[in-house]
Design a protein around this ligand. Sequence first.
Ligand code: HEM
Length: 408
Amino acid sequence: MPEPRRTQFRPLDPEFLEDPYPTYARLRDHHPVAWGSTPAIGYAGFWFVSRYVDVSAGLKDNRFGREITRVLPEEAFPPVPDEDRPLYAMLADWMLFKDPPTHARLRRIAAPVFSLRAVMAMRPRIEALIAAALAQIPREGPFDIVSDFSSPLSIDIVADLMGVPEEDHPLVRGWVREITLSLDLVRTPERIRAGSRRAGELVAYFATLADAHRQEPRDNLMSLLLSAHDEGGFLSREELLASCVLFLFAGHEASSLLIGNGLLALAQHPEEWRRLRLGEVGAKAAVTELLRYDSPQQIAFRHALCDVDFAGTAIRKGQTVGFGLAAANRDPRAFPDAERLDLDREETRHLAFGAGIHTCAGSSLAQLEAELVFGALAERFTDLKVVGHERQESILVRGLTRLVLDCG
Ligand code: HEM
C-alpha cells in the first residue's frame, strides 16, 4: 500500500475539466491505477482506473460494489440533517446504488420497460417530440442548443414515456434541474437543501401519477412498471417511486449531454459532419462513435467491499474506485487511432454505457433517441458554427451547460 499516497490526478482542475483527454493518456501510460484527490469538496479521494482492460474487468468484479454501508461502520457516515432526508430517501432505493441480490430483483422487474420491443413502440412518440423541439429553434441567428433544445427535449422524452402529461413537462423540468445540481460531487449545502425540497415534491407527484395509472392503465412506461413483477412479488411503493425518479434522472442528463458533446465534436470535425449529413455514414454508427469519443458519463464509481489487489495496486476495503469509462474509451490498446473521431470505425465496443451488472438499463432507448436526434439535426442544418460554449463543473459527467450555434 503506497502510504502516504501521491496525488496523480486532480479532477477539479479547470484545464482538466476543459480537456481531460491528455491527462487520461498520461495516466493510462504511467499510472493505470492512480490516486485522485478532490480536497476542494472535502472528498477524501479515490483510485482512478484508466485502461480499457482494467475498467471493463473492474466493473464486472463483484469485490467492488455500491453499498458502502455494507462494509464501513455506521460511525463512518456523518448524520443526515432532517431537512436533507427527502433527497437521500429518494436515492436509497435506486437500483444504481444497490448490490445483489436487491439489484438483481429491481433490474429484473424493470427489464420489460426497456425491452427492445417496448423501446421500438416508443419511436413515433419520440419522433413527434423531436419534431416539436426542432420547431422551437429559430430559423435565423444564434441559439443555445442546450437550453433551447437538448435539455428540455431529453427531460420531456423520459417524462412523456413515464406518463407525465404535456402541460406538466415544465414543472418536471424545473424539479429535475434543481435536483441534478444537488446530486453532483460538486455540491453545496444550499444545493442539497434545495434539491431535497424538490425531491419531496417530485416523489409526491409520481405517487399521484402512479395512482392515476393504476386506476386507468395506459400505453407507457409507468403502466409497464406497475404491471411488472418477479416471482418474489410486486415492487414496494417506495421502490416503484424510486424507479420512476431514477429513470427520469438516468434517462435525461446523459442523453442531453450526448447531444451537446456530439455537436461540438462534429463542429470541430467538419468532414465527419459532412459524411453524416450526406448519408455516407448512418446516424446509428455516428452515435456509437460519439458516445465513445466524448462520453457523457466519464466515471463509474464503486467501493471496495474487501481488500483487493487490483492491477498491481492494493486497494483497501471501503475505499472508492472510479472506473474511467471515458479514459478507457480513448485507450489505444483497445481502439486503433483512439484520439481520432471516425464515425464509421470498425472497433465499436465502447464503455460509455458502463459494464457488468449496472450496464445502462436504458441503452437501447438512449441509442434510438440519439439516432433520431442526430438524424433530424443532420437534415435541418448544413453548417455547424460554434459561437461559444460553457462546461458543466462535474467529475462524474462531462458536458456543456451552453453551446451557442449559428447555423443560419
Ligand atoms: C446517452 C445516454 C446514456 C448514457 C451515456 C448512459 C450511461 C449509463 C451508465 C454509464 C450507467 C452505469 C453507471 C454505473 O455503472 O455506475 C447507466 C446506468 C443506468 N442507466 Fe443509463 N445512460 C444513458 C441513457 C439512459 C436512459 C435514456 C435511461 C432510461 C430512461 C437510462 C437508465 C439507466 C438506468 C436505470 C441505469 C441503472 C442500471 C443499474 O444500476 O442496473 N440511461 N447509464
